[in-house]
Design a protein around this ligand. Structure first.
Ligand code: WTA
Length: 673
């Protein structure tokens, strides 16, 4: 114990770098650093090589058609994502390999081989067809973390319907907005999922979404997985609606497992996934098939160094992009053995994750900094109770990781022997973009290190000048296969949000930029150090990152002003020890309304009801007035200072918080110009 603490402190103060362990590097899928130069010299050839590992019904005839900001990858090719995740392995004689290991929070378990999963996906696909779902339709999925979530996604992919997965923690109203926006024909939900011993009443929320306030006219059927209740009854008093609602076990279990996979165009829509932006309305990020699957395959293979004997566990929920790319598409495209767990890390106690690692012999573990900070707070005694010696690689994603958490993870979970891959990417990028390769990259706690081979990232000033070392705006300079193809129903927002920060002429002053070059703006501030490593500092737009979840300040503000007592609201992020950021709301009340504790409580619940528990404000402050600029823009910087009690200093942020503050100011000032 004492020794560990000593190591912990010295590792922190020495500003140490961690080279890949020699034994790891010797066996690694990528251990030759020349991969970077090769990919950089001819990125199209590099990605084309990866794409050839997939099965194409019809080979593509052109790698890339780039009409900025519109990219088409693997033009003319035809393939199917579900076929590549399942049939390809079964046909190669690997059908008896374990594809999915699942554990429910109450302790129930299931296991599927690739053949099993292939069969179940075929059945679900046929059931969807019987319900009228056709190629090109959208299907909404609102499920707990149960195998049916992955099966439903792959069933959609199999028949060419795009899925739109909505995280089970979102409210009925958020679900309704997303179903309406995508015009989904079918909603797949469950009667409830387990979370910390309780049951999340998903079907009740689904009914509220579909039935109330104008409902969702596009929905023809609701398919309900029975996770909890007995036949005929569902959780929270929700009932099955005759004609509209169908039980999964009635229609899927009886369906034929034979369902031919649709030959989809490389650029056909695979899914829509909603994410928060700077307006009140979430953006339906569109991902297509060939490029997305190629980059998921490549990154999973090299960054997680997958081998046949690995047991890979990503703790994300399938409702987020991490669950899409690194529970379902990336690992299954690689033929991996994936572990999925339904519930909370502290149910029934704080050792649950480590018990799972021990019980299943997990070798690769991917989680979020917010979870690591919680483990840290719970204490080393929990992981110390279990045998974690099977672990050989650790990963993090979702927000900057503070060096303390990195070192703690390295020592207490990784036993000081496992490389850590800190992976930067976004819903929009579809797959990892800046990340170490564990057999090659020397890691430094807190840095996502360098771009993945074939990716070109940069730090630019507001004017578009390249900043070789120092802080600025993160930028991606070249198209990549898994890039978003648009925002569902809002093509202009796609151009404005991501491709309009720098004009062609100014960006030309960069490293190798040519005039007119189109540069992607991810919305993050970052810095580059002397060795060329990237340090992503955080969002510079009005998007918060609360426990690794993106929440738009405008969404929360809209939810607040929707309450009859509220005149105006301004929401800012407040540094939080565990969550990274927490929601702080400044509210001015309507004339004659009394500012009470009870009203604070009511407003908090109102936000939860409108958006979901992830947006629950940590603090609500009643204000007589909100500070504004002359043009009427709320001065969030000032509010943030107040919310964080600025005098205390920003102790939880990994790097100079002033950088983000400065960038935000610069960015906002220009917006007002
Ligand atoms: C942040 C999650 C620092 C970043 C995959 C990004 C990170 C947003 C990292 C995307 C990381 C993600 N280091 N920041 N390794 N990974 N972020 O769309 O601000 O839910 O823009 O995708 O999370 O969040 P999203």
């Amino acid at each position: 114990m004492a020794a560990t603490e000593q190591t912990f402190d010295s590792l922190l103060t020495e500003d140490r770098a961690f080279p890949p362990p020699a034994e790891f590097a010797a066996r690694a899928n990528a251990n030759d650093a020349s991969i970077y130069a090769r990919a950089d010299a001819d990125p199209e050839a590099y990605w084309a090589d990866w794409s050839r590992r997939l099965h194409w019904f019809q080979p593509w005839d052109r790698v890339l058609d780039w009409q900025p900001p519109y990219a088409k990858w693997f033009v003319g090719g035809k393939l199917n994502a579900a076929y590549n995740c399942l049939d390809r392995h079964v046909e190669a004689g690997r059908g008896s390999r374990t594809a999915l290991l699942w554990e429910g929070e109450p302790g129930d378990t299931r296991a599927y081989t690739y053949s099993d999963l292939h069969r179940e996906v075929g059945r679900a696909a046929n059931a969807l067809k019987q319900m009228g779902v056709e190629k090109g339709d959208r299907v909404a999925i609102y499920l707990p973390m149960i195998p049916e979530a992955a099966i439903a996604m792959l069933a959609c992919a199999r028949i060419g319907a795009a899925h739109s997965v909505v995280f089970g923690g979102f409210s009925a109203e958020s679900l309704r907005d997303r179903i309406r926006d995508a015009q989904a024909k079918v909603l797949i939900t469950g009667d409830g999922g387990y979370r910390r011993g309780g049951v999340v009443p998903l079907k009740r929320a689904a009914d509220e979404a579909v039935d109330e306030e104008g409902g969702c006219p596009s929905i023809q059927h609701v398919l309900v997985v029975r996770r909890h209740g007995a036949e005929g009854e569902t959780v929270g008093g929700a009932q099955m609606k005759e004609g509209r609602d169908l039980w999964w076990h009635d229609v899927v279990e009886g369906a034929s497992p034979d369902c031919p996979a649709e030959a989809m165009d490389s650029e056909d829509l695979l899914y829509i996934l909603y994410t928060s932006g700077t307006t009140g309305k979430p953006k339906g990020i569109m991902h297509t098939t060939g490029g997305y699957l190629t980059q998921c395959l490549a990154t999973t293979n090299l960054v997680f160094d997958l081998k046949d004997d690995d047991v890979y566990w990503c703790t994300a929920d399938v409702g987020w992009v991490t669950g899409h790319s690194y529970i379902v598409y990336g690992p299954l495209a690689n033929g991996a053995t994936v572990l999925m767990y339904e519930g909370a890390p502290d149910a029934p106690d704080r050792g649950r994750f480590w018990k799972i690692v021990q019980d299943y012999g997990v070798t690769i573990f991917y989680t979020a900094p917010t979870a690591i900070r919680a483990f840290m707070k719970w204490g080393t005694e929990w992981p110390a109770k279990y045998d974690l010696s099977t672990l050989r690689l650790l990963g993090t994603v979702g927000e900057p990781i503070n060096p303390e958490a990195w070192i703690w993870y390295h020592l207490n979970i990784g036993g000081g022997r496992c490389p850590i891959v800190d992976t930067w990417w976004q819903t929009e990028t579809g797959a990892m973009m800046i990340t170490p390769l564990p057999g090659i990259t020397e890691t430094v706690p807190g840095s996502a290190t360098t771009p993945f081979p074939g990716i070109r990232a940069d730090i630019l000033s507001l004017k578009g000048e390249c900043i070789p070392t120092g802080g600025g705006f993160l930028a991606i300079r070249r198209p990549w296969p898994s890039m978003l193809r648009g925002i569902w129903g809002d093509p202009q927002r796609f151009v404005d949000t991501y491709w309009s920060k720098w004009s062609g002429e100014t960006v030309g002053s960069g490293e190798d930029g040519q005039p007119g070059e189109s540069v992607y703006f991810p919305g993050d501030g970052a810095k580059r150090d002397e060795r060329g490593y990237f340090w992503v500092i955080g969002r510079i737009d009005d998007v918060l990152n609360v426990a690794g979840h993106r929440i738009g300040t405008m969404e929360v503000e809209s939810a607040l002003v929707d309450h009859p007592s509220v005149a105006e609201a301004a929401v800012v992020g407040k540094a939080h020890e565990l969550k990274g950021q927490a929601v702080a709301a400044f509210v001015t009340l309507k004339e004659g309304t009394e500012a009470t504790e009870a009203l604070k409580q009511e407003l908090t619940e109102h936000v939860v009801r409108k958006i979901g528990a992830i947006a629950r404000p940590d603090a609500i402050l009643f204000a007589g007035d909100l500070p504004k600029t002359r043009s009427g823009k709320i001065m969030r910087r000032l509010l943030k200072d107040i919310a964080e009690g600025r005098a205390l200093g920003d102790t939880t942020t990994l790097a100079d918080p002033g950088v983000v503050a400065r960038l935000k100011d610069e960015y906002e000032a220009r917006g007002e110009g």
